[in-house]
Write a protein that binds this ligand. Structure first.
Ligand SMILES: Nc1ncnc2c1ncn2[C@@H]1O[C@H](COP(=O)(O)OP(=O)(O)OP(=O)(O)O)[C@@H](O)[C@H]1O
Length: 626
């Protein structure tokens, strides 16, 4: 630990300290001013008590044996009354302070959470592919708010104890100039213990974030509804409970080991302090015996030195904890500093509100972050404006990845994606996303009313019942609404109310589809829109589909022939490339993968009508070895 390192650390930690204080100020400006005022008042009260004790003891000593009269009682009465007043004030202050502290805690927590939520919602999707991101998030999320507050506490006690200590030192200097110095020296071992412990604790905590997240994961597996059926069917509870306990045991033992070491070190530091108090007390009693100090002096001295030592320890421990808290807050600031790798251009071009030419993938090669294997390889694909294009292909062919590039969640490694010939990188990301509506492969079921589940598709327009119902009809959700007890106002999901209605997988999919159609965007992207629909619903919905996307450009990813065959153009993908393209009839005539897969399903079902095959999965990749 060189001096240069210490100075660098001190500078860095001071920067974080200032940032943390600014954060607290932003969250609780007025409360913090009030809190500071109370701290200062609270700071001088102990010294006032010590001082009044001396007067009271001396007055009582002088009054002993002098009889009971106003003249003899008066000198005792004043310090006694003042002491009562000071004690009352301390009581009042402590109640007021804890009220203000609660207000601060609530505001800081909400403010820090808001910062974390804002950042988490804006980081690139690529961050979610990286476990480091989750570590940062976990560290910021689990500790930031409490650490900010405890930093404030540390600062408060530093300030308050500092004020008290200065006033007590002023009393001690009166007896000897060396006494305040003795206070300082005897508490230095405690400072060492505190700083050392916090450094170890922080290093341990950082090294075990993954274990903490793992424990949280097993906890969720055991307690959340989503996992509950599978956990029961496969009888996984015992297994996950054991794994949870194993992780917790590692964490518990590590923490207890830390605390055991700290307890021993604190004991050593405490012994040094006690020894020092004993020595100075011997010195003071010697003075009293030589007639150089009164009984009141002895009482004052004992209180002052004892309190001074306690204060000094508290002061140093606050400084040590401040250090520890800034170590932890570093994670919050590191998280908040995460920068997007997909910045908006400096001179953005407006996104066309109506496509004239279309969407083009030009020689696109793409690998996911930290992956060597290209998911898309020199892919060329054109989606003409106003047309419906279907993409079919084996699992893992790269179909959903196309959507992620179109939404610019990632940029291609090579090649480009264009709208009407303009590279997506030239648009503002928000504006680009506003022009697209997507039904994802695994859409989110929101625990809210049916109406709001749909209206969440576009929060920029004030929701009207008419628009919601129109979108609902487009996804055949009107039928679902009719069956629900409160129609569109029925709460979906049971997280927050027993009255919440549970929908089937296919019904949830339709609700998500309605949400996608609620947004009036020129580009419609649907990833497996009918995968959970029964064949009757699918057939009926497909009949409405052409009307729904009229004037818009639609991209549908599907495993179903019945959906694909209605598209204006079908692309067949395999291993990140387009291997065939054309209309349904052209592809059948081509007699390639598409046709082979189609024929195979025809044979299996011995059914001439494609519409009866809607539940079948289309897997051209599986035909390769035939
Ligand atoms: N976040 C990711 N990080 C790394 N690899 C990924 C990621 N997401 C997908 N992949 C990989 O990219 C490949 C293509 O995935 P993609 O989801 O695009 O396939 P798909 O054609 O939509 O498949 P499916 O029909 O099963 O939905 C897969 O092999 C998958 O393992």
């Amino acid at each position: 630990m060189s001096w240069r390192w210490v100075l660098k650390e001190a500078r860095l930690k001071t920067t974080y300290l200032v940032r943390a204080l600014r954060l607290i100020w932003e969250a609780t400006g007025r409360w913090t001013l009030l809190w500071l005022l109370l701290l200062l008042i609270g700071g001088v009260l102990p010294a006032a008590l010590v001082y009044l004790t001396k007067h009271l003891v001396d007055a009582v000593a002088a009054a002993i044996g002098a009889g009971l009269s106003w003249e003899t009682v008066q000198p005792v009465l004043w310090p006694a009354l003042l002491m009562g007043g000071v004690l009352l004030l301390s009581q009042g202050l402590s109640g007021l302070t804890s009220w203000i502290r609660t207000a601060q805690a609530e505001h800081v927590l909400d403010h820090v959470k808001d910062l974390i939520h804002t950042k988490a919602a804006e980081v690139d999707l690529a961050f979610y592919d990286n476990p480091d991101y989750y570590d940062h998030l976990e560290r910021a999320n689990s500790e930031a708010a409490s650490r900010s507050l405890s930093l404030l506490d540390n600062l408060g006690s530093l300030l308050q104890n500092g004020v008290t200590l200065v006033s007590i030192a002023a009393i001690l200097v009166h007896y000897s100039i060396w006494l305040p110095l003795a206070l300082l020296i005897t508490t230095l071992p405690a400072l060492f213990v505190v700083v050392h412990h916090h450094r170890r604790e922080h290093a341990w905590w950082t090294a075990h974030t993954v274990d903490q997240r793992r424990a949280g994961y097993f906890d969720r597996l055991l307690t959340m509804a989503f996992f509950a059926p599978e956990v029961r069917v496969f009888d996984l509870a015992g297994h996950f409970r054991q794994r949870y306990q194993e992780v917790r045991q590692r964490l518990r033992e590590g923490r207890l080991d830390l605390m055991r070491r700290q307890a021993w070190a604190s004991l050593g530091a405490g012994l040094v302090g006690l020894l020092a108090t004993a020595l100075v007390m011997v010195w003071m009693v010697g003075r009293a015996l030589r007639g150089l100090a009164s009984l009141g002096d002895l009482a004052l001295f004992y209180q002052a030195f004892n309190q001074g030592q306690g204060l000094m320890r508290a002061l140093l421990s606050s400084a040590g904890q401040m250090y520890a808290n800034t170590l932890f807050l570093e994670h919050l600031f590191t998280f908040l500093e995460i920068q997007t790798g997909l910045p908006d251009p400096e001179d953005p071009v407006p996104v066309p509100r109506r496509l004239r030419e279309g969407i083009r993938f030009e020689k696109v090669t793409f690998r996911y972050p930290d992956s060597e294997r290209p998911v898309l390889r020199q892919l060329d694909l054109f989606i003409p404006a106003g047309k419906t294009v279907a993409i079919v292909g084996a699992n893992g062919a790269g179909k959903s990845t196309l959507i992620k590039l179109l939404c610019r969640f990632y940029d291609p490694d090579e090649g480009r994606v264009t709208l009407d010939g303009i590279d997506l990188r030239r648009f503002r990301r928000r504006e680009l996303l506003d022009a697209i509506t997507v039904l994802f492969q695994f859409p989110v079921p929101y625990q809210d009313t049916l109406a709001r589940n749909i209206a969440l598709g576009d929060l920029k327009v004030p929701p009207t019942r008419e628009a919601i119902e129109r979108a609902a009809r487009s996804a055949m959700v009107d039928e679902i609404a009719r069956k629900l007890p409160y129609g569109y106002d029925t709460l979906l999901g049971k997280w927050f109310s027993e009255e919440g209605a549970e929908l089937s997988g296919g019904e949830w999919q339709r609700v998500s589809l309605a949400r996608a159609f609620y947004r009036q965007a020129p580009i419609v992207v649907l990833d497996e829109p009918t995968s959970a629909m029964d064949s009757w619903t699918e057939a009926e919905w497909m009949d409405r589909f052409d009307e729904l996307v009229r004037g818009r450009t639609a991209l549908i990813i599907t495993h179903r022939f019945t959906t694909a065959m209605r598209a204006d153009l079908i692309y067949v993908m395999d291993e990140g490339r387009v291997i065939e393209q054309g209309t349904h009839h052209q592809l059948l005539a081509l007699n390639g993968h598409y046709a082979a897969s189609w024929r195979r399903q025809m044979r299996q079902h011995d059914e001439p009508e494609a519409s009866d095959l809607s539940a079948q999965v289309f897997l051209p990749g599986a035909d390769k070895n035939q």
